[in-house]
Design a protein around this ligand. Structure first.
Ligand code: MG
Length: 400
């Protein structure tokens, strides 16, 4: 079946920075992008990076909490990205969009994420304040344009323009001013492609469901913490009456599945109405219209309520915050050690020395930041332990 007239298609794409012959095996250009992402180093690293819980803290001996039932099946940034891809593809397929592009964006959207989830990002951003800051969307773009090193002809993965543009989901005016064409839509206040919109919403739907799942399995929260919030409560009560007497763990799974289905179906119906309402026929119409792939108003409000309950009960839970305290020590410690001793940085992907003798502090800081952001949780812990003698006394005390 051919794609909708407003979908992104190979032939109308702005293409790759370095022109390449089309794939010889019948794949679309965007399927090729997805495969480049899947085979990349940064994508594999996501399997060792925190989503909400940090199982590595148990193995690495840094303030493990005995109140959290850590489990290696907890979501990581990689399983999160795969679940986002599943939701994004369901929406894209139903709207007859370019499913390969939505999938690629989902798999790539967190490639620039630091170890230790959002606290890792906050700490690295603090370290980088004097040198231009750190932001994970821009970092994801840096990974695919600069940091991956797998080809002789170019740096990065040489992805399609629309893929790179979709990866740059948010961007400050200051950054947009220097990022060229890729950030044009941020400067001109245009909407992202529908494929990117499907992925953005897929992210919000996926994390809500899987973070509740992991939260309950961790023992820190229970269905009682969410039953008064409509989106969860309505599905939960319906499941309890339909499946009364079944084990609670299975009732939770049924509830989360129903909740996800409700949000996906609601999004598809509402988005089709919006496409009709704004008279969207072409990709240019998409860019000039408000965003259309959205939850219907009622569900959007309920999603926001559930999100704020998640912050209260889970993301800001004391036991989750305990691990966060370590993050400042680990990420801050590594940043300090590598800034003071750049020769300790391992060689780059092509065997190159990462910091050159005449690099400015800003250049050096960016190299250190790229390296630290690319580590898994466990690598970061292991390295900071090895550098214990080089850490400031204050950091050493807090860590060990
Ligand atoms: Mg995400």
């Amino acid at each position: 079946m051919s794609l909708a007239s407003y979908a992104v298609v190979d032939k109308d794409s702005k293409g790759r920075a370095y022109p390449e012959a089309p794939p010889k095996d019948g794949r679309s250009e965007f399927a090729r992008d997805r495969d480049r992402v899947t085979h990349s180093y940064a994508f594999r690293q996501l399997s060792g990076k925190t989503q909400v819980f940090t199982p590595a803290s148990n193995q690495c001996g840094s303030s493990p909490s005995d109140k959290i039932l850590y489990d290696d099946s907890m979501r990581t940034r990689m399983s999160h990205s795969i679940e986002v891809a599943q939701v994004a593809r369901s929406i894209a397929r139903a709207l007859n969009l370019n499913e390969d592009l939505s999938e690629t964006l989902a798999l790539a959207h967190d490639m620039g994420h630091t170890p230790f989830g959002h606290s890792g990002q906050d700490v690295l951003n603090d370290c980088m304040k004097p040198y231009g800051g750190f932001e994970h969307n821009i970092q994801s773009l840096r990974v695919v344009t600069d940091l991956e090193h797998r080809y002789t002809q170019f740096k990065g993965l040489n992805l399609m323009f629309e893929t790179k543009e979709g990866i740059l989901k948010h961007c400050s005016a200051k950054n947009a001013a220097v990022l060229g064409d890729i950030a044009a839509r941020h400067r001109d206040k245009k909407s992202p492609t529908l494929e990117a919109q499907a992925t953005d919403l897929g992210d919000a739907i996926a994390y809500m469901c899987h973070d509740i799942d992991d939260g309950i399995r961790s023992g820190l929260v229970s269905p009682r913490d969410f039953e008064d919030v409509e989106l969860f409560g309505r599905c939960w009560r319906e499941v309890q009456s339909r499946l009364s007497g079944q084990p609670e763990a299975l009732q939770v799974q049924e509830t989360l599945r129903d909740m996800m289905g409700l949000m996906i179906r609601g999004t598809i119906a509402h988005s089709l109405q919006n496409i009709e309402r704004y008279g969207i026929k072409t990709l240019a119409d998409v860019r000039n219209s408000p965003e259309v792939i959205l939850l219907p108003d009622g569900l959007a409000q309920q999603h926001a309520q559930l999100k704020s309950q998640m912050y209260k009960k889970l993301y800001h839970h004391q036991e989750v915050s305990l691990v966060r305290k370590d993050v400042e020590q680990v990420i801050g410690g590594l940043f300090q050690v590598y800034m003071e001793n750049p020769h300790l940085l391992p060689a780059g992907p092509a065997g190159e020395t990462r910091v050159q003798p005449n690099d400015t502090d800003t250049q050096k800081a960016r190299v250190v930041c790229d390296y630290v952001a690319g580590l898994t949780d466990a690598q970061a812990y292991q390295q900071v332990k090895r550098f214990e003698p080089l850490l400031s006394a204050q950091r050493t005390l807090a860590l060990f």
